[in-house]
Ligand binder design. Structure first.
Ligand code: ANZ
Ligand code: ZN
Length: 896
């Protein structure tokens, strides 16, 4: 039992084996509705990093806590095993992605076991195995059958270095760099498969309001990504080209339109390219939709403003995007900054038509003409009052939009989204083959369900897509006409794999269906999902989308996959994100070797609230380790004492034992709520404070605390720590004489609620502080005796009445109570105090409960001031003294 530490390696090995032997984390298929706790499955990159460790400690601690509350728990783990890095790693190391990935999984699984994470490994899911990815193919077929998978010619982001298409979210920053290799991304046209997520755009936004268990930030990110905007489609007549529609969110600004603009690939632009040299040159040479400045070229055409009848010059401009709205817009430079930039460059007029609301405190505000904003340097983009807008002048923007949309011929309400369909084609090997066969006669044909899975061929090390080079694999016959045909060589975006893996855990062994529908309906949704904020948009959105389609087409009962979501913060070193490239990575493995998994877990969970970033500190790790060592010693010493003088009756100081008992209750009650809210740091501080209290208690009683109280305190501390330090908790659980495993044990029971417990604590704290103050202010050197006088009953009753009362005149209300009225001046004075602080009043303990709480804490005051302390009831002292006491604030009399 050295102060240095304990043999954590032996302890941890012992209990990991015991859990294994007991099959401790298996979730039986028969349980009705387990609490489903899930961490985002990792990409098997080779080693666990601290971010993983934090993520999975959070889920593990929560899963263990829920079990201790008596829940059945489902806590599975798996591998997001497809993806580009494996392919690159395989090339570098002259192996193949499969072997490399399986090796990584092996290592990481071992590390997870060494961390003591309690997973049901029977449910392990590995997405690169045909047993899993055949269901991605099945899913694709279902999408196709339902008309939700489409093949389209599309401009795609192309990384020339990775030789692959990238999704928008894989292109980073203004410089548009590949997320994997930082190479500038180019545009290419390719035939691509798209899943029609936009069909679900409305539901995906609308349901966000109901995701109350999600962080607001993530909900807002989802909304922004979908980017729904309500507006108007206005029709402009363009000479020689008929009616052209333009989408606007600001129909109220239509009088301020001074130009009309078309996207470079708008059908009219494409016609003009043939006939107009300047347009041809602009589109092919100059147009840069990603550029900082808007560019454009004037055409010979004009467009008629449908409201004013004015003829507007028509431009082809690169800031008009072909896939936003209708690919055409009315330019209102006074009220839109991009239009302002463009108009300034082209020398077009800038005419304000919306003005700020006149100040209400102007003398004759109602008649005041709104003053048009100064738009010479910048647009004024706010809503306001219309000016220079004919019959609409004087209306507020909102009303004007409604009127114009209703009045104008061809105008229509319209909704526009930022969300685009989900392009899932990747020109890469290490992913799920898209189950399509290309036939010269039949076109693209689905691979029949009975021919699934389409398995990946052996890896070929080439620069392009290895599937293109897999000649034998590629050649097949058309399922429809039997002619020679070739396989689709694109594979799926790995976000397809992760869009439904949480359903596979429910019935991982099923080879006839992707998931057991009945069980999924019982077990879903995931109750608590935990993962990194980097997945706040795409992964969550795709998972929500796929869940909704499965509800529509397969009878899944839930339309949302994740009830509660926690986005954990980062583990940093000296304020910087830990990363290989910065060379500031702390290896979890080293920490486990030096201090043990329990220390690593406890340090992380107590360092900060899970959502917050925090700094790794070796100092903090060491002190956590010493805490665990001290706890272990405390239990062992107690154990040894119990063995030597089994029934020596101890010192039997009831008051002190009572105080410790109160502290145990308070700690358990508070920690339960904090664990429930996943504020582990607060729960753990409580547990650590309790251990501190127990140590003090032992010291104060010269090593002879009341054995029952002390045993209960140690048991509580061990169980409160068990979700976070499961190995040591098992060890101590046994040493305290318990049978069975702590993972199966119950949360300690208490019969006090948190509120009462906290009031009790607060009372004791405030009283101690008051004594300190008085001794200080009065300059008392050696107090002879300290009296703590509990509030008289009538004051407590008056306070309760004051809190409940809605009467304006509180004092007269109080005086209606005879036992209060009897107090005369004292009652009037207290009534006035209550009246003055009415807003801030709060309930206190009843006088009897106050008496008990102070009685059991008296020893603390005695010890601090080295004087005897008497806790007395109000009716035991003179009235003048008693009346100084108030509920929650006892009177204090000190004798020198
Ligand atoms: C006139 C107008 C006046 C607009 C005004 C805005 C402010 P935001 O800007 O994000 O709210 N728009 C329409 N189609 C477009 C396209 N294909 N490419 C680029 N921009 C397009 O998005 C809505 C606005 O984007 C629309 O409302 C339109 O400009 C522009 F004071 O119309 B607005
Ligand atoms: Zn065919």
């Amino acid at each position: 039992m050295s102060e240095e530490g304990y043999d954590h390696a032996a302890v941890e090995r012992r209990w990991q084996e015991a859990w294994d032997d007991a099959d401790a984390y298996r979730t039986s298929d028969d349980v009705e509705d387990p609490t489903y706790v899930l961490g985002m499955y990792p990409y098997p990159s080779g080693k666990l990093h601290m971010g993983h460790v934090r993520n999975y400690t959070i889920t593990d601690a929560y899963a263990r806590f829920r079990r201790m509350q008596g829940d059945d728990v489902l806590h599975p783990m798996g591998w997001d095993a497809f993806g580009l890095p494996a392919e690159n790693a395989a090339k570098e190391r002259d192996t193949n992605p499969r072997d490399w990935t399986l090796d990584c999984i092996d290592t990481m699984k071992g590390q997870m076991e060494s961390m003591g994470f309690g997973y049901d490994w029977d449910r392990e899911v590995t997405t690169c195995e045909p047993e899993y990815y055949q269901w991605n193919q099945w899913l694709f077929r279902r999408f196709h059958e339902e008309g939700l998978a489409e093949r389209r010619d599309a401009d795609v982001n192309w990384c020339p270095s990775c030789e692959t298409v990238l999704a928008d979210e894989q292109v980073e920053g203004d410089a548009e760099l590949c997320w994997r290799c930082d190479t500038p991304v180019e545009q290419r046209e390719l035939d691509q498969w798209f899943l029609s997520i936009t069909d679900y755009a409305d539901e995906l936004v609308d349901y966000i309001d109901e995701l109350e268990g999600w962080p607001d930030s993530v909900r807002q990110m989802q909304r922004n990504w979908i980017g729904r905007q309500h507006g108007t489609r206005l029709t402009f007549a363009v000479d020689g080209h008929g009616d052209v529609e333009a989408f606007t969110t600001r129909a109220d600004t239509v009088y301020g339109a001074t130009f009309f603009a078309l996207a470079p690939d708008h059908p009219i632009s494409e016609e003009l390219i043939q006939s107009d040299e300047a347009v041809h040159e602009f589109v092919h040479e100059e147009a840069d939709p990603e550029g900082d400045e808007p560019n454009g070229v004037r055409t010979d055409l004009t467009a008629t403003n449908p409201v004013t009848g004015e003829e507007l010059p028509v431009f082809v401009a690169d800031f008009v995007l072909s896939d936003v709205g209708t690919g055409a817009l009315m330019g209102v430079p006074a009220h839109d900054q991009r239009d302002h930039d463009f108009a300034s460059k082209m020398g077009l007029p800038i005419e304000p038509v919306v003005a700020p609301e006149p100040e209400a405190d102007d003398a004759d505000a109602s008649d005041a003409e709104p003053e048009p904003p100064d738009v010479s340097d910048a647009a004024w983009p706010e809503d306001g009052v219309l000016v220079n807008s004919g019959e609409y002048s004087g209306l507020d923007s909102e009303t004007a939009r409604e009127r114009i949309t209703a009045d104008v011929d061809g105008a229509e309400e319209a909704t526009q989204y930022r969300l685009r369909d989900w392009g899932i084609s990747r020109q890469r090997y290490w992913g799920t083959p898209i189950p399509i066969i290309h036939c010269d006669d039949c076109g693209p044909v689905l691979v029949p369900e009975e021919d699934l899975p389409v398995e990946l061929p052996e890896f070929i090390n080439t620069t392009g897509n290895p599937l293109d080079a897999a000649e034998e694999w590629k050649q097949t016959t058309c399922p429809e006409c039997g002619a020679d045909a070739t396989r689709e060589t694109d594979t799926m975006d790995t976000f397809v794999d992760s869009s439904w893996y949480f359903l596979r855990y429910v019935s991982p062994g099923r080879d006839d269906v992707p998931f057991d529908l009945d069980r999924a309906n019982d077990w879903m949704p995931v109750d608590q999902y935990v993962g990194g904020i980097e997945h706040a948009v795409m992964h969550l959105l795709y998972s929500r989308f796929v869940t909704k389609t499965l509800a529509d087409f397969e009878g899944l009962a839930e339309r949302e996959p994740f009830t509660n979501l926690l986005a954990q913060g980062m583990v940093q070193l000296e304020g910087q994100k830990m990363s290989k490239s910065k060379g500031n990575v702390v290896s979890p493995q080293r920490i486990v070797e030096e201090y043990g998994a329990d220390t690593a877990r406890l340090f992380m969970m107590q360092a900060a609230q899970p959502e917050r970033d925090f700094d790794w500190s070796e100092e903090g790790v060491r002190s956590t380790y010493h805490f665990l060592t001290r706890l272990k010693n405390l239990v062992e010493e107690f154990d040894a004492d119990a063995d030597t003088d089994a029934s020596s009756g101890a010192s039997g100081d009831d008051a002190v034992a009572g105080y410790v008992a109160d502290e145990i209750d308070a700690t358990v009650a508070i920690a339960r709520e904090e664990y429930d809210d996943l504020t582990f740091n607060v729960a753990l501080r409580e547990a650590q404070d309790l251990v501190g209290t127990l140590r003090q208690y032992r010291e104060f009683t010269d090593g002879e605390p009341d054995p029952d109280t002390f045993q209960r305190g140690l048991e509580a501390a061990v169980r409160l720590l068990a979700p976070v330090t499961p190995h040591l908790a098992e060890e101590l659980h046994g040493e305290l004489g318990n049978e069975g495993l702590v993972v199966d044990a119950d949360w300690p029971s208490v019969d006090v609620d948190r509120e009462t417990a906290e009031k009790r604590r607060q009372l004791v704290e405030n009283t101690r502080e008051d004594v300190r103050q008085i001794i200080d202010v009065a300059g008392i050197e050696e107090p002879e005796r300290i009296d703590v006088v509990v509030t008289p009953e009538w004051k407590y009753d008056a306070l309760e009445l004051a809190i409940e009362s809605e009467a304006d005149n509180l004092i007269s209300e109080l005086m209606q109570e005879s036992h209060i009225r009897e107090q005369g001046d004292a009652a009037a004075a207290y009534g006035q105090d209550l009246q003055a602080e009415r807003e801030a009043l709060s309930h206190t303990l009843e006088p009897d409960a106050e008496y008990d709480a102070l009685q059991s804490a008296a020893w603390l005051i005695e010890r601090e001031f080295d004087a005897p302390v008497r806790v007395v009831r109000a009716d035991e002292v003179e009235e003048s003294v008693a009346n100084k006491a108030e509920p929650g604030r006892p009177a204090i009399e000190i004798e020198e």
